[in-house]
Ligand binder design. Sequence first.
Ligand code: TYD
Length: 208
Amino acid sequence: MSLFITFEGGEGSGKSSALRLLDEKLRAEGFQTVLTREPGGTPIAEQIRNVILDRANTAMDARTEALLYAASRRQHLVEKVWPAIKEGKLVLCDRYLDSSLAYQGGARGLGIDEVLNVNLFATEGTYPDLTLLFDIEPELGLERIAKNAQREVNRLDLEKIEFHRGVRATFLSLAKRYPERFVVLDASKSLEEVVEDAYRAIKDRLAK
Ligand code: TYD
């Protein structure tokens, strides 16, 4: 059975670490998984990622940014996600559509429905089967990042706290708007506990 599972959340929510551990767990059980990320995941999409996240690009217009995310998303779907779904795999994707709705639509103020429209064109209406929202207070998330010197700090990490509060609030509103695919996880718990909660949500979805 194929499933398209997306991992969403603010900075420092631990979703990327949880994703790697879940991938190992599911593989050990014999599931065929594809672990990937946005923006990026294929050579063309990674090139677009570099333009978006380059700290030198301070003149980047908000709509340009939203369009680049959508372009990267489409290329990634065409080259990686759609083929994997056809092959019956479990696709575990670090960020997808809801990141654009939360960051560009909500926090950046472009409007959720405006950004959704651009993305419906890009994705031809491909929604995830399951979206795990790693919910955490922005202060706590940013504190975790600062402590973890191994992680690169990108342009968006540096945005002020208000921006991250807007991201969180929009993610939570999306979870209400799409209750059939969203599961909200308390990401302030330990990594082991969050992985366990996420694992259970995936197993529940697989059993449907
Ligand atoms: P990344 O280093 O991958 O961050 P993280 O580990 O938190 O996922 O950088 C991705 C950044 O891009 C992150 O700050 C969120 C942002 N982003 C958007 O603003 N819109 C989007 O559509 C996506 C996919 C990401």
